[in-house]
Write a protein that binds this ligand. Structure first.
Ligand SMILES: [Zn+2]
Length: 248
C-alpha cells in the first residue's frame, strides 16, 4: 500500500511547508533560486539579430540564453516582461523587454538590435491598429494630412442613432414573441413530448414491418435450401408468390 498522505512529524508547527521541512527544494529547482526577488530563470530565444555593445559581435536571431525574467510594468492589463541575459562571448549583459503596445520586443540595454525593414503589405502581415494613435488621412493630391471631416462625423453619428432605434424596436418585438411563446412552459413541454412520442411510435412500426419482411424472406430461403420438406405447402406457396411479386 502506497502512502497517499504526507508525514507530519509530531513537532510540526504548521508554519513552514512540509516540503521545506523534508529538506526539498522548489519544484522548479535552481530556476526558482531568485524567485523571492521576482525573477524566474527561463530559456529565452533572441527574436532578432543583435550586436553586443561590449564585444561588438553579431549574435544571431534564435540564439538561446538562460535569461532572468521579471515583470517590470504593464500595458493596460498586459504585463511587460524584461529578460536579462549574459553575452556568451563576453561579460556583458543584454536586457530585452516585451512591448505589448506594438506587439514586439525591444532592446533596453547592452545591445543594439539589427533592424530589418520590410513592407508588411507585400508579405501579408496582419495589421494591428494602435489604441492611441490613428494615422491621419493623407490627401492624395497634396500629400498632406487632412483634418477629419466634421460634417461626415456628425452624419455618421445621426445614422448610428437611427440604426440603434430600429434595432431596439426589433429587439423589443423578439422579447415579446419569446415571452408569449414560453408563457406556459408546462403546455410547451407536453406538446413537445407528444410529438416525440408520435415520432417514436412511427419509427417502431416501420422497424417491426421491416423485421417481418426479413423473417418471411429467411423462411423462404430456408425452404428452398432444404428442398421444401419442412413447410406447410399451402402457406409456403403463398409466401413464394408474394416474394415473386404476386405472380402464380
Ligand atoms: Zn559580448
Amino acid at each position: 500500500m502506497q502512502g497517499f498522505n504526507k508525514y507530519y512529524p509530531p513537532d510540526y508547527d504548521g508554519k513552514t511547508s512540509v516540503n521545506k521541512l523534508a529538506g526539498k527544494h522548489h519544484a522548479l529547482g535552481s530556476r526558482a533560486s531568485k524567485l523571492k526577488d521576482g525573477i524566474l530563470i527561463t530559456r529565452f530565444e533572441l527574436p532578432f539579430d543583435v550586436w553586443c555593445d561590449q564585444c561588438a559581435a553579431l549574435v544571431a536571431q534564435g540564439t538561446r540564453f538562460n535569461a532572468e525574467k521579471s515583470k517590470v510594468g504593464a500595458y493596460f492589463s498586459t504585463p511587460i516582461f524584461r529578460f536579462r541575459m549574459k553575452c556568451h562571448l563576453c561579460a556583458n549583459h543584454y536586457e530585452i523587454e516585451t512591448d505589448p503596445q506594438n506587439t514586439r520586443y525591444r532592446v533596453v540595454s547592452g545591445a543594439r538590435a539589427k533592424v530589418v525593414d520590410y513592407d508588411g503589405d507585400k508579405i501579408g502581415a496582419i495589421k494591428v491598429e494602435s489604441l492611441h494613435a490613428r494615422a491621419p488621412e493623407i490627401d492624395p493630391a497634396t500629400g498632406e494630412a487632412v483634418a477629419p471631416d466634421a460634417f461626415a462625423s456628425v452624419e455618421k453619428a445621426a445614422a448610428d442613432k437611427r440604426d440603434q432605434a430600429a434595432r431596439s424596436e426589433r429587439l423589443a418585438e423578439l422579447y415579446e414573441h419569446n415571452r408569449k411563446h414560453w408563457e406556459d412552459p408546462y403546455a410547451r413541454n407536453q406538446q413537445l413530448r407528444r410529438s416525440l412520442r408520435t415520432a417514436k411510435k412511427t419509427e417502431r412500426e416501420a422497424q417491426s414491418a421491416a423485421d417481418g419482411q426479413e423473417w418471411r424472406l429467411a423462411k423462404i430461403r430456408k425452404h428452398q435450401a432444404d428442398g421444401g420438406r419442412h413447410a406447410a405447402p399451402t402457406r409456403l406457396a403463398r409466401l413464394l408468390d408474394k416474394a415473386r411479386g404476386g405472380r402464380p
